[in-house]
Design a binder for this molecule. Structure first.
Ligand SMILES: Nc1nc2c(ncn2[C@@H]2O[C@H](COP(=O)(O)OP(=O)(O)O)[C@@H](O)[C@H]2O)c(=O)[nH]1
Ligand SMILES: [Mg+2]
Length: 466
């Protein structure tokens, strides 16, 4: 596909006015170099927006003007005819390609002369000054469609002053804050870009529709990732084979630490995936770890988390003959233990019914049956899913709304009131139906997971719309 097949827009202006930030925001690319140091962008860089392999439009980040007055003086000296100003700029670019003094001007003028529309960026928190006039004049000489974006970097507001100054030079003037722009503000700028040239209108408008679809897809993928996290974390079973002579208490500690680590790693993986979905691969964040300390994983509720595996007991029971079978039957008097079914309730009580040391003493065919495997999970704590889900929703909501121009570390500390924002009693009831299945350690039906995903998406969409 030749570059002329899609609209292109060169983002230009003075150094350090947020050009790269605007490109990062509109291209949804968090890898673009943004810095307090003027002159960070030294080469033009093209950022095509591709959806399903099709380029909808391209944004071109450029270095800032350095010698606008020098360029304008040259242009005026070489102007032959006011109607041929475009050609004068062409001549300037052609004759200065190798001239290091005008490197930045060439970088930014070249794409414009090749047909790109102009997006001129100014800082609306700084007063207008004459030094901008030469830049605007040069851009006017190119004759290309043009729009000015007023970006207020600081508190002060000179927007009105700027609007007046810009109005003589640009077809359109808009305000845009790349650090906080919402999806709808982003789409509004695209609407304006679509109006710049008739030939571009259909394609850029089409990109708006595709963009909305793309956004919906990102929300869906996020919901799927969150659903998978909850399923994995709730159904996860961690097993540990006891070492010869190892105390159960010690093993229990090891197992607990492994189990917790695993749950945390599920969360970390999911967050990475969500950040990837929203093109925030380079995100730096401050965030508290998933806290599992207060959860009492060995509470009565979580009776099944600690004990021998069901299979192991079944094997033992079936093969051990009278002595052990009778012994264990005795120990679990009255429970239909080997028939299965209530294993969770019983195993949690193993310690009580039969101390681990006693269990270790029972031998079958020369092998000790006790103290061999400990098991933790599936998660029985009833509050845990809501903690994990709350954290995932909070994280996703913020990543989805985070500007791609942000380079500093983002604080993801969850505020106390967040739970009230999404977890009503009715929601909890809906969710609990699934969480209950996930913690039953049986393989959950794909259909159930899809239903659960849809429920998570509904919650996420609600949060993103509010
Ligand atoms: N607070 C704030 N900072 C901004 C905004 N736009 C840009 N910046 C900061 O201004 C500096 C220069 O931005 P950059 O995009 O690199 O400007 P460029 O030189 O025009 O490409 C960076 O430190 C940005 O983080 C804004 O809207 N608000
Ligand atoms: Mg830059």
């Amino acid at each position: 596909m030749s570059p002329a097949d899609y609209p292109r827009f060169a983002v230009v202006g003075h150094p350090n006015k947020g050009k790269s930030s605007i490109v990062a925001s509109l291209a949804m690319d968090d890898a673009i170099a943004i810095s307090d140091t003027p002159g960070t962008t030294t080469q033009k860089a093209r950022y095509p927006l591709k959806v399903d392999g099709e380029t909808l439009y391209e944004l071109i980040d450029t270095p800032g003007f350095q010698r606008a007055r020098g360029v304008l003086a040259w242009l005026k000296a070489h102007e032959t005819d006011a109607s041929r100003r475009h050609e004068a700029v062409h001549a300037f670019v052609n004759t200065h390609k190798e001239d290091a003094r005008f490197h930045d001007e060439i970088e930014l003028l070249e794409p414009i002369m090749e047909g790109a529309g102009i997006i001129y960026v100014v800082d609306g928190s700084k007063p207008y000054g004459e030094e901008y006039e030469a830049e605007m004049e040069i851009l006017r000489w190119t004759g290309q469609p043009s729009m000015a974006l007023i970006n207020r970097i600081d508190e002060a507001d000179y927007t009105q002053e700027w609007k007046q100054a810009l109005s003589g030079y640009f077809q359109m003037i808009r305000t845009y804050d790349p650090m906080h722009a919402t999806l709808s503000q982003h789409l509004k700028i695209l609407e304006s870009m679509a109006q710049l040239r008739e030939e571009w209108t259909a394609q850029v408008k089409n990109s708006i529709a595709l963009f909305e679809r793309y956004h919906a897809m990102m929300r869906e993928r996020s919901a799927a990732a969150i659903a998978k996290l909850l399923y994995r974390a709730l159904s996860h079973v961690e097993r540990l084979v006891l070492k010869e002579g190892e105390e159960a208490e010690e093993a229990k500690k090891r197992l607990t630490s492994r189990y917790k680590q695993r749950l945390r790693s599920f969360e970390v993986e999911t967050q990475k995936r969500i950040e990837y979905i929203w093109n925030h691969q380079h995100l730096k964040k401050q965030q508290e770890n998933l806290r599992l300390e207060g959860l009492d994983l060995f509470s009565k509720e979580s009776a099944s988390v600690f004990g021998l595996t069901r299979k192991e007991l079944l094997v033992t029971g079936a093969s051990s003959g009278a002595v052990t079978g009778a012994g264990i039957d005795l120990a679990f008097a009255g429970h239909t233990f080997f028939a299965g079914g209530i294993i969770g309730a019983v195993v949690g009580g193993v310690g009580a019914y039969l101390a681990f040391n006693e269990l270790a003493d029972i031998e079958v065919l020369g092998k000790k049956i006790g103290r061999r495997t400990l098991q933790m999970g599936p998660m029985q704590n009833r509050n845990f899913p809501y903690i994990l889900l709350g954290r995932a929703l909070f994280h996703t909501m913020h990543v989805a709304q985070l500007s791609h121009a942000v380079r500093q570390s983002v604080n993801f500390e969850m505020d106390e009131n967040f739970r009230q924002q999404w977890l009503t009693d009715a929601r909890r009831k809906q969710l609990e139906k699934y969480h209950k299945q996930f913690r039953q350690a049986k393989k959950t039906d794909e259909k159930v997971l899809i239903e659960y995903e849809a429920l998570i998406l509904e919650i996420l969409d609600g949060l993103l719309a509010s």
